[in-house]
Each structure stands twice: as C-alpha cells, then as structure tokens.
Design a protein around this ligand. Structure first.
Ligand code: IVH
Length: 717
C-alpha cells in the first residue's frame, strides 16, 4: 500500500484546509503549500484510478485540481514536470518518433491445454534441472503493450511495442492515463533508471460508452476493446485520449540500473534491510509486482497467484477461466512466469520469446460462420440499419444468428458479401461484431450487398445527409417509426399530453385506434370507453388533455415533430422566426443556416422535412384539427435581463465553476455558444485562456471581459 492510514487522514484534512484558505482572498499560497496540494491530489488520483476507491467526491477533487491550476498559473516557475496538471492539455502529437527499446519487447509462446503446459515445463527442465518450480500466474490483459522508462524518479518516455525492437514514442498520450504515475520514488531504492512493461486496456464500461458515442454520430463501432486501446494510443490529440478512459497494468521490470556509486550487492543488501523489512524487492517476479504496487503502480499484484508445479498451474487456468467475465476489462488468457529471477536468467530467451514464461490462451471469443442474407430495420429517427443474418454460431457462451452491420460504409470498409465466411467476436457482454470477412474462403459464389434505397417498411425513398453514413426514411407516416414518433410528440417537453403515455400509445396503435400524429386529435372516445380498465374518468381526463394540448405554443409542436437535430432550443429559434410554420416550405438551406445555432447539417435536415409532401399534409391536417401553427407570441428563450446576449467562457475561472457561470448567464436569458464567431457578444476570460481569446480579439464586436466583470454584468441586469 502506497499510503498509511495516518497519511491518508492527514492528506484529507489538509486538502479541506487548503480549499478553505483559497476562499480567503487575502491568502497568498506559498511554495510548500503547493507541494502539499500536489501530494494531496496525487493521493486522490491513486485512490481513484489505481485502487478504485475514491475518498472524496468528484467535486472536491475538481476543486483541489482547479486550485492547483490557478496557483500554478500565477506562479509558473512552481510548476513541476510531475504535477498532476501536466497530464492535461499536452500539445498535439505531430508525429510519433520511432525509438529503440532498451531491451527488445518479446512475444510469448502460447499454450492451449494441460498437455501444452506439461510440454512447456519439460522443455524448461531440460535446460535447467530445478526441481519443483514456483510459478507466478497472472491475467493476460488483452490490450496494447507499452514500455515506460523512469529516470531519476520521473516518467521520461513511453513507447508502443512496434516490431519489438523499435516502437513509437507515445509519452504525451500515456500521460493521459491517470493510473500511470508521472513520478515514483525509485531513487529511494537506489534505482536511477528503470524500464517497466505493461498493457493499456480499455475497460468494458469505457468501451461501451465509446461505441455509443460513435453510434450517435452515425459511425461504426469498434469490434473490440483491444483495437480501441491501441487506436487510442496513436491519436494526435492527447485531450481526446484522456476522454477514452483507458487504464493500464504494469507486469514486468525489463531493465534497471542503479544510482552512481551503488554496487549490485550493496544495493540488494540495503534494500533487504532498510526499505522492505527484510523482503527483497527484485529477486522474484512476484516481489517486483509487490514493489511496483507499493510505490503506486497498478500491477496484477492483487490478482496474481503463486503456485508450485505445472498441475497447480493447470488447476488455476480452470479457476481463472470461470472468473473471466468478472473482470471489468478483457483478459484473453493467463501468463505463467517462472517466479525466481535467477532461474529466469538461467532459462534465458529465444529471439522470439522468453523460455521462462508462457501464455495460456482461453477459448476464443471469436468464431466463424456464414453470412446468408441482409435485412433492414427502421429505428425511431428513421435510421435504416442493415442486419446480417448468419448461420447460428456459439461465441463467448451465446448463440449469435444476426448481427448489426451498421451502415453502407461499414459494409464497404469490411468488404462484406452475401455467402462470405465471417469472423465474429463477442468480448465480455459487449454486442457481437463482425471482425472481418475471411476473403481466403471465398469460392466465387458470393454476392455483393446492394444497400437498399427504399424503406423496408413504407418503401419511400431513403435520404442520406452529406457527410453522414446513415440512410434514413424521412416519411413521417412510415409505420415502423410512427409509434415512436407519436410517443415523442406527446412527451413532456413536446405537447405534454400526460394521460396519453407510452403504454396507451402502443395499446391504441395495436388496436387500430391510432395510426398517426393527427389521429391523436381524432381519437374515438366511444371506442376507448369500451377498453377494459378505461373508466369514464380516465376517458374524460384523456379527452381534456388532448384538447388542452391544441393550445401549446408553436415551439413545442415543432420540437414534437422530431425533426432530426432539432432540439428544444432550435425549435424555439424556428418558432420565433416565422408567422406561420408552413413558411418553412419556402426556405432554402442557405437561408436556414443564417439562423442562430443552425449549421449546415441542421439546416439540411429542416429543409428536407419541409420538402416532404406527406409531412406538409400532416401539418395541414393538424391545423384543421385546431392546433397552433401560427406564432401567436414571441417565444422568448429565457426572460432575464441578458435576453438575446450570447456568452462563451474560456480558461479557468477562479470564483465560479464553468458550469455555474453558464447556468447563471442562461438564467438571465443569456445563451451559451460553443465557439467564437461573429454571433458572440461576450467572451468571459479566465486564467490560461488560449486560442479562443486570440480568435475573439480579431472580431471587434466581441466584448472580452473577466470573471469579475461578468459578475458585475449579472448584478446590473
Ligand atoms: S509478460 C518478456 N504479462 O501478451 C515477456 N505479457 O502475447 C513480457 N500480455 O507482448 C510479457 N498480459 O503484450 C506479460 N500479464 C502479462 C501480460 C502480457 C498481456 C501481452 C504482452 C505480450 C503479449 C504476448
């Protein structure tokens, strides 16, 4: 354990004290206090990222971090290379330099059965007759391997494996992984330079979140966390890497050298006696894991198992395979290592792999099967998703017979054809994916997949926006979408017809009582009265709620139409712009783009909605049924004194959190923009403002103010 209970307690108390000092504007922080603050933040990062056991709330952590940042901004000479603030905001990677590894990064031999393990041990014993051997067993992490070099206690370089001899320098990106210490007290143990190997993984939770984000952008998801991890490490922008929530396990000390003047013998002795209570630090592999763990590294120390003899190793492979799904990240097997370093040295290595270690691979979560057909499904927004129909196959414990193949581009990218043999993978409980088609298995009978251009439900022509991968059915009456659309139309933020909830919409639709949005206003209440459980009172409530909704303001109706990319704010902008909703029939994409916060993508979507005859007919029906298509009153976005003013915040604010400041501006009727443009009225500048400030200086209509001026502005309104 890196920190004692007493240290933890002291750090927590001191953290609160420093935070309360920061609210006293007379207090000037001194250099030793900043050192303390840094140590406190490091403790909390260690608790959160290495031990998964946070001791304070995220907000308190954010406050400590913001305090450190603001002090460092005022006193740049106090910034140290291992300050927690130095992880974030690293500059872009222009390219990744190739560097040679201090020691080649070898691969491992694979074993798949108890026989393989027996053979492996036999081979080793032919080289060294060692009697019963102690083995250290640990998970084989399925990610991207890395090498870290620490010199004089600082992380100086991190590299990918590359070809094993040379890798790429990814130091900036590795610093975004918070479980990797930027510094560690190696010099206390006489070590001047050390190379540590490990694996970067993307935990399942982060992987799912990442794939959901890709899907929301209409992009195809990644097949497995391993690809996601290695892809993330090679991203140009370290800030993007930070968002991927990667983690890392360090599992091997490949090289170290001692501080000048220390001999190997005196070093070992000193460490044995002075630092580790008589426990050697680097004479066995398990000791090295313990040592690294003690000084703050995330190692498999707590998961490893020490056993004697290969029979026990095999028993452990069975035990671990059963627990495989309990790990929050993917493990694809175990690594079995001869524990004693002296014995490892005697066994040595080939040019390909060490003889003192082997990988035991678990059953693959991959399988091959035939892609027989493609069917199409229509979702709520009209997105048409192709689904591959497969010969049923077992993967990772479940039978898979159909799998989403996302969109047309994905099909092209993966070169999928009907009749192909496809390799599929299911990592953990993640949705199965096609990894690739096995081109080598083609026999010439395969047929290309011709992506449909018509809705599988209503046959209307599909539409695809520029730069998007997804084809959509934009016919608002399309049956497959209609139920979901009605549910959205009556929802709280749209027309807010409470008594007509999701369950009733589905029920009425199934009974043929409700076919489309205008149908809400034509419901036959006599028929509804016949439905079991629908008494007079609920019938009356429903009728009243539907009638009342006719008076809802235009922006709610627009939002309720579910036009893609048109959220509540844009709906208000659209409602304010016209006297009558049908005026949008005559607007061009260019003119729509002139509206606040309406970019090309949104404008194109609005344009296509109002170009569709069925949509226009539906709006006409709604009007004749008594709904408001006329803009009766200006729908103010908010009602405060900053009405119509736009704001953008940049840099670190000292008194307010960014989110608080934004909420305060919005409360007064102000609007927050996402970027600097001529639409911006106020840029509020905190510490460390960067490119936004530079850009704003070039547009002279933008008022550049500081935090105090912003607060004064709020007070004055
Ligand atoms: S030890 C010199 N331990 O598996 C031996 N490797 O298939 C160093 N791997 O290249 C490797 N988990 O990237 C070791 N606990 C673990 C591992 C592990 C995953 C990876 C590593 C290696 C690959 C070989």
């Amino acid at each position: 354990m890196k920190y004692s209970a007493l240290q933890i307690q002291e750090h927590i108390t001191r953290g609160s004290q420093l935070l309360s000092l920061s609210t006293n504007s007379n207090h000037e922080f001194a250099a030793p206090e900043v050192v303390e603050l840094r140590n406190i933040i490091e403790l909390h990062e260690y608790q959160y990222y290495v031990l998964n056991h946070p001791l304070i709330s995220d907000t308190e952590y954010d406050q400590l971090f913001a305090l450190l940042k603001s002090i460092e901004a005022k006193q740049p000479t106090w910034v140290t290379p291992n300050s927690p603030t130095q992880r974030v905001g690293s500059s872009l990677n222009k390219s990744f330099n190739t560097v040679q590894h201090l020691v080649p990064m070898l691969s491992l031999e694979n074993c798949f059965s108890s026989n393989d393990l027996i053979e492996w041990e036999k081979k080793a014993k032919n080289i060294v007759d060692a009697g019963e051997v102690q083995y250290c067993i640990e998970p084989k992490f399925d990610g991207a391997s890395i090498s870290l070099i620490y010199e004089n206690d600082l992380l100086v370089r991190a590299t990918t494996r590359g070809d094993g001899v040379e890798g790429e320098d990814i130091t900036n990106n590795i610093k975004q992984i918070r479980s990797i210490p930027l510094s560690a007290p190696f010099s206390q143990y006489g070590i001047q330079q050390i190379e540590i190997r490990g694996e970067v993984v993307m935990p399942f939770k982060a992987f799912r979140a990442y794939n959901e984000k890709l899907a929301a952008q209409g992009l195809a998801p990644l097949a497995n966390p391993r690809n996601a991890a290695s892809g993330s490490l090679r991203m140009k922008d370290p800030n993007e890497v930070a968002k991927r929530n990667l983690d890392a396990f360090l599992y091997h000390v490949s090289y170290y050298n001692l501080l000048p003047g220390i001999s190997q013998a005196s070093w070992q002795l000193a460490n044995d006696e002075a630092h580790t209570n008589g426990k050697p630090i680097l004479t066995t592999h398990s000791d090295s894991l313990q040592f690294l763990w003690n000084i703050g590294f995330k190692t498999p120390n707590e998961i490893k198992v020490l056993v004697y003899g290969i029979a026990e190793v095999y028993a452990q492979t069975i035990a671990f395979a059963e627990k495989r799904d309990d790990f929050p990240y993917e493990i694809d097997g175990l690594v079995i290592k001869v524990n004693d370093f002296a014995l490892q040295d005697q066994l040595g290595m080939t040019t390909h792999h060490p003889r003192w270690a082997t990988a035991f691979k678990f059953k693959a979560r991959q399988a091959t099967t035939k892609l027989r057909a493609v069917e199409y499904q229509v979702g709520r927004t009209g997105a048409v998703t192709p689904v591959a129909k497969l010969d049923p196959v077992q993967v990772g414990g479940v039978t898979v017979s159909s799998i989403s193949i996302h969109n047309e581009e994905y099909i092209k990218e993966k070169d999928l054809q009907i009749g192909d043999t496809v390799l599929i993978e299911r990592a953990g409980d993640v949705i199965p994916q096609i990894v690739r088609s096995v081109i080598e298995a083609r026999d010439g009978q395969e047929q290309p997949i011709i992506f449909t251009r018509n809705c599988p439900e209503c046959e209307s022509e599909l539409f695809k926006e520029d730069g998007e991968a997804v084809w959509r059915c934009i016919n608002i009456e399309c049956k497959a979408q209609v139920v979901e659309k009605i549910i959205h139309f009556v929802s709280k933020d749209a027309m807010d017809i409470k008594s007509l909830g999701e369950a009733n919409v589905r029920r009425f639709y199934e009974m043929g009582l409700l076919q489309d949005i205008p149908g809400i206003y034509r419901l036959n209440f006599d028929q509804i009265g016949q439905i079991e459980g629908f008494g007079q009172k609920s019938k009356d409530n429903l009728a009243a709620a539907i009638a009342a909704s006719k008076q809802q303001p235009l922006h709610r109706l627009i939002y309720g139409l579910g036009i893609r990319f048109v959220g509540e704010t844009t709906a208000k902008v659209l409602a304010n712009e016209v006297q009558h909703l049908l005026e949008y029939q005559h607007k061009t994409i260019e003119s729509l783009q002139l509206l606040d916060d309406v970019g090309h993508k949104v404008a194109a979507s609005i344009f296509h909605f109002f170009s569709n005859e069925q949509n226009i007919a539906m709006l006409q029906q709604l009007e004749s049924l008594g709904l408001q298509l006329v803009n009766t009153k200006k729908n103010t976005l908010e009602t405060g004194g900053l009405q119509g003013q736009t704001f953008l915040f940049t840099g670190t604010l000292n008194k307010l959190k960014r989110s608080e400041a934004e909420a305060m501006a919005e409360k007064e009727g102000g609007k927050i923009l996402g970027s600097v443009s001529s639409k911006l009225n106020y840029l509020v500048v905190g510490d460390d403002a960067g490119s936004k400030l530079e850009k704003a200086k070039k547009i002279n209509t933008i008022k550049i103010i500081n935090e105090d001026e912003f607060l004064a502005l709020l007070a004055a309104n």
